[in-house]
Structure formats: structure tokens, C-alpha cells
Design a protein around this ligand. Structure first.
Ligand code: ADP
Ligand code: MG
Length: 358
């Protein structure tokens, strides 16, 4: 793999929903056939991404945009899939964070199926698969797989970002894993806003850790992390008619997304080399490796096609356009301790043989 690779961006335009049709909304986006380009009607603006889905079902979307990344996770690379967009634009639908419809399952259940298919096929290796599930709500980080939904905190050590005490559940098949997803998503904080009755006002981070070791060569051992992130709605609080507690949530959510926006802008701007303010929010600390670091990353930019949402759609398109300029530096995550242990074992064997020959 080349030294640095760009963050990929897939634009996902959902169909008009009933409420938009009832309002008499018109489509404000126009796609170019067979080109990953979109025009914003009534403006002179156009955007080009790695993919444009308008709208396509989840199966096609997964096969084209995500499937290959699962293979890279098995080659030892960290992978991040990040869903961004206003409330009601299709983030949860795309990610499958709240697992419900088997027929149109989103990215997470599909990736999980592929992961266990790979595990079954790669009989020359030992695997340990585990999952964690966190929610970031008003700058507080919740462990969704702990029985008490306890809070956890972020630390940094030589391995990078670590979260002491975070529940890691060992999983042995796809059903185990999706059960963790269901269990965790039921505990998420959700709140009704004027934009989407089921809207989720928090960021959800589902992480699958893949540990593997060659059966014939103990020193060949790798650990990769696959982060699947369903971000909170990116709309400004005024549009949700939020007041009181809801408004406070909006402000806090925007703190994370604002910091994310600043990091994305700084990373995408060649002239701004140097300090990147990952520390401004927990969201950006958590995503430090995914943006500008050791990860293959794809952003799913979710938008409504309705003219009613034009302002938010344009803001998502601009955000996604900046993300596309970020260069990451993914590396194969070889486990140095396994290599060291294998080397020490070999040294010991050689020493024992020498002793026997004395
Ligand atoms: P978000 O998580 O961004 O708030 P949702 O994923 O809940 O938004 O989507 C809002 C509504 O739009 C849901 O009813 C969902 O089923 C529908 N929807 C979103 N994207 C698509 C799509 N690509 N095709 C069909 N329906 C979609
Ligand atoms: Mg959602």
C-alpha cells in the first residue's frame, strides 16, 4: 500500500420521505449518470466524490463502498467508516447501528457477516474477535456494553488512544456480534425533535477488534481495529426547534462536530501543516487515528434531496469535500510482542540444543 492514502467519501442521497412529499418538496440535487458527481440545482455548485449513491439499496452500497475495506482489516489495517449528515438523512439506515431489518441491513451487520466468513475460510490462522460499543453524549462517553452503562474516559499511551475499563465482548459468530449491537443500541439516549421523532442526539461508536496469528509462524501476529461510527445529526439547533435540554444537547453535539470540522479543515489544508487540535473534543480524540493517522477511512456523507433541506445538504457537501483532502498513513499492525516472544522461544531452543551438545 502507498505511504499515504486519501480519506474516501461516499455521498448517499436518500429518497424523498413522506413528510417531504407532503410538503411538496422538490429535488435540489442532480446526479451525473455514471460519474460520482452531483450538481446543486439553482446554484453553480457541483461536487465530486469517490462514489455517489442515489439512492441504491444497502446491499449495493456495501458491495461497492465498504466490502473491500473488510478485506483490508483482515490484512492488518485499521479501518473507519464514519456516517455524517443531518438528522433524518440516512446515517443509521446506512450504518445499521440499530439493527432491525434483515433484508435491508446496513453496513455493520453486513461487515460482521463478512468478517466471520473470512474467519471460517482462513483456516491457517487463529482469530480472536471482540467488540465494544460506546456512545458520546454531551461530551460524556458511555460504555453501552457494560451492564450499568457506566462512563469511561480516554487515555493516551504508547499504543495511542486507549479507554481503560471499556467492556470488550469476545464474539464467536455473527449472531453474537449483532446481539451486542442490539443490546447496546437499546441503551442509547434518543430524543424526539421536530426533525425526526427517533432522532439520535449522540455519536455511536461500534468497534470490532480483529486479532490474528498464523498457525505456522507465531511471530506473524496482527491486531486491527474496525470502527463504525454513526455521528449525531449535523444540523444547527435552530432547525430542530430545540429548546431547554434539547437545545443544550444541540450545542454540545455541535462542539464535537465543530471540533471534527476544524480538524478536517486543518488536515485538508496543505498550508496549515503542524498542530491539529484533536484535543478540543472527545469525538476528535477518539477519531484521531481515523483522520490523518493510521487508518483506512471512508466518510458516508448522507443527505436529503429535498429543497427544504438545501442549506443543510450544502453544508454536508462542503464538509465532505474537505474530508476528501485528508491523507492518512495506514500501516499493517503487526504485534511486536508476538514477534519478540517467537524470537525468544527460538533463542531458548537453540541454547538448549547447544547445552545438549556440550
Ligand atoms: P439518521 O440516522 O441520519 O437520522 P435515518 O437513517 O434514521 O436517518 O433515516 C431517516 C429515514 O429515511 C428512515 O425512515 C430511513 O428508513 C429512510 N432512509 C434513509 N436512507 C435511505 C435510503 N438510502 N433508502 C431508503 N430509505 C432511506
Ligand atoms: Mg440516526
Amino acid at each position: 500500500m502507498a505511504d499515504s492514502v486519501s480519506v474516501q467519501v461516499a455521498l448517499r442521497i436518500r429518497p424523498l420521505v413522506d413528510s417531504e412529499i407532503k410538503k411538496g418538496c422538490q429535488m435540489c440535487l442532480e446526479c451525473v449518470p455514471n460519474e460520482p458527481q452531483v450538481f446543486v440545482k439553482g446554484t453553480d455548485k457541483s461536487f465530486t466524490f469517490n462514489h455517489v449513491f442515489n439512492p441504491e439499496d444497502n446491499e449495493y452500497f456495501y458491495d461497492v463502498a465498504i466490502k473491500d475495506l473488510v478485506h483490508h482489516a483482515f490484512k492488518g489495517y485499521n479501518v473507519t467508516v464514519l456516517a455524517y449528515g443531518q438528522t433524518g438523512s440516512g446515517k443509521t439506515f446506512s450504518m445499521g447501528t440499530s439493527y432491525s431489518d434483515e433484508n435491508d441491513a446496513g453496513v455493520i451487520p453486513r461487515a460482521v457477516k463478512d468478517i466471520f466468513k473470512n474467519v471460517a475460510e482462513m483456516t491457517d490462522r487463529h482469530f480472536k474477535i471482540s467488540v465494544s460499543f460506546m456512545e458520546l453524549y454531551q461530551e460524556q462517553l458511555f460504555d453501552l456494553l457494560s451492564s450499568s452503562k457506566s462512563t469511561v474516559d480516554i487515555r493516551e499511551d504508547t499504543r495511542g488512544i486507549v479507554i481503560p475499563g471499556l467492556t470488550e465482548v469476545a464474539v464467536f459468530n455473527a449472531d453474537d456480534t449483532t446481539q451486542c449491537l442490539v443490546r447496546g443500541s437499546m441503551g442509547r439516549a434518543t430524543g424526539a425533535t421536530a426533525m425526526n421523532a427517533q432522532s439520535s442526539r449522540s455519536h455511536a461508536i461500534f468497534t470490532i477488534t480483529i486479532q490474528q496469528q498464523s498457525k505456522s509462524d507465531e511471530s506473524n501476529s496482527m491486531t486491527s481495529k474496525f470502527h463504525l461510527v454513526d455521528l449525531a445529526g449535523s444540523e444547527r439547533p435552530k432547525k430542530t426547534k430545540a429548546t431547554g435540554e434539547r437545545f443544550k444537547e444541540g450545542v454540545n453535539i455541535n462542539k464535537g462536530l465543530l471540533a471534527l470540522g476544524n480538524v478536517i479543515s486543518a488536515l485538508g489544508d496543505e498550508s496549515q501543516k503542524g498542530y491539529i487540535s484533536y484535543r478540543d473534543s472527545r469525538l476528535t480524540r477518539l477519531l484521531q487515528d481515523s483522520l490523518g493517522g493510521n487508518s483506512l477511512t471512508i466518510m458516508i456523507a448522507c443527505v436529503s434531496p429535498a429543497d427544504y433541506n438545501l442549506e443543510e445538504t450544502l453544508s454536508t457537501l462542503r464538509y465532505a469535500d474537505r474530508a476528501r483532502r485528508i491523507r492518512n498513513k495506514p500501516v499493517v499492525n503487526q504485534d511486536p510482542t508476538a514477534a519478540l516472544i517467537a524470537k525468544l522461544k527460538q533463542d531458548l531452543q537453540e541454547a538448549q540444543l547447544e547445552l545438549m551438545n556440550l
